[in-house]
Design a protein around this ligand. Structure first.
Ligand SMILES: O=P(O)(O)OC[C@@]1(O)O[C@H](CO)[C@@H](O)[C@@H]1O
Length: 319
């Protein structure tokens, strides 16, 4: 079983607004709502890939009920802790004339110590039957920024593989707890290592630098693929994995789809290279659909042949 943890679940509302301009009044021509939050999107995509997955975390109020009911309607297994405050609604404005999407994410509810205690209990219970646990997304209010870090340590004792996709302080703490994999995007990775990347060499060295901070492996997502430092049977290996970028219908959540593909392949025993290639195919395919974590597994298989995995030699200083 694969667990996805989403502490800050959301209803993602996307409004289609042609010629969107800051400071003007608009009427949307179309709108969609879907349960979201990064771990929820990862669970949706893993389910579509046919691997066993359960989504957990916090869900509060009428929005929380909607999130759980909508996931159930998608046949995604859920086991959320119900909390007193309302889960958030994240709003995205998509301008079809330019393809540009603007997002406003709410901070989310405050979580009490008691609710957090209940969640820890639940996670440890679910972890007994799990192989992999994915922690993804921001934290709701009043939650210790070391929460992912402390859960990673507890799950390691149970032999569960831990994978993290978050940012800022929670990411900083999580890497120190030595998870199996961290998967930041470029902006999150630049913040983590403390400098900007100017070229591919910088990006390649950055994943090695992140591994130095604690995780066993690091995968940085970029629009056309990933830069990664993974552990193969022959030792550590750097990879650049890329695919020709297609014109995106909606790129939001492609990092979540990458992670879902990577985890699904890892769950069924893929080699590191196979997992990275499958993840990149899933991330790219997801850009053809509205809705984060929505993928078509048949198109993913077709795209896989176009994904290139290039092993990169380790410079002496990062060996
Ligand atoms: O505020 P967070 O938790 O960092 O990100 C939440 C979010 O923007 O990320 C997903 C796309 O990756 C959306 O489903 C969701 O609304």
């Amino acid at each position: 079983m694969i667990i996805t943890v989403t502490l800050n679940t959301a209803i993602d509302k996307t409004l289609e607004v042609p010629n969107f301009r800051i400071g003007r009044r608009h009427r949307s021509v179309d709108q969609t709502t879907m349960p979201g939050g990064k771990g929820v999107n990862v669970a949706r995509a893993i389910k579509r890939l046919g691997r066993p997955v359960i989504a957990t975390g916090f869900a509060g109020g009428a929005t929380g009920t909607r999130i759980v009911e909508a996931l159930t309607a998608e046949s995604v297994l859920t086991d959320f802790i119900r909390i007193g405050e309302e889960s958030r609604t994240n709003t995205a404005v998509l301008d079809p004339t330019t393809g540009i999407q603007t997002e406003i994410n709410e901070r989310g509810p405050a979580v009490t110590d008691r609710e957090m205690e209940l969640f820890r209990d639940k996670l440890l219970y679910l972890a007994q039957g799990a192989d992999i646990c994915v922690f993804a997304g921001s934290l709701p209010r009043q939650v210790d920024t070391d929460i992912y870090g402390s859960m990673i340590k507890e799950l390691r004792k149970l032999g569960v593989t831990t994978i993290v996709d978050t940012d800022g302080e929670p990411l900083r703490h999580a890497v120190r707890a030595e998870p199996d994999v961290v998967s930041p995007n470029v902006i999150e990775a630049e913040e983590l290592v403390g400098h900007e990347f100017n070229d591919d060499e910088d990006r390649m060295l950055a994943v090695a630098e992140i591994v130095e901070q604690g995780p066993r492996e690091a995968i940085m997502t970029v629009p056309d693929g990933v830069f990664a430092k993974v552990t193969t049977d022959n030792g550590p290996q750097l990879y650049r994995v890329r695919v020709e970028q297609q014109e995106a219908r909606a790129a939001v959540g492609s990092g979540d789809a990458f992670l879902a593909g990577y985890v699904a392949a890892r769950y069924t025993g893929g080699t590191p290279e196979e997992c990275l290639r499958f993840g990149v195919a899933c991330g790219a395919e997801s850009t053809q659909h509205f809705g984060a974590g929505v993928i078509d597994p048949h198109s993913v298989e077709r795209l896989l042949g176009d994904v290139e995995a290039i092993p990169v030699s380790l410079p002496a200083e990062v060996r």
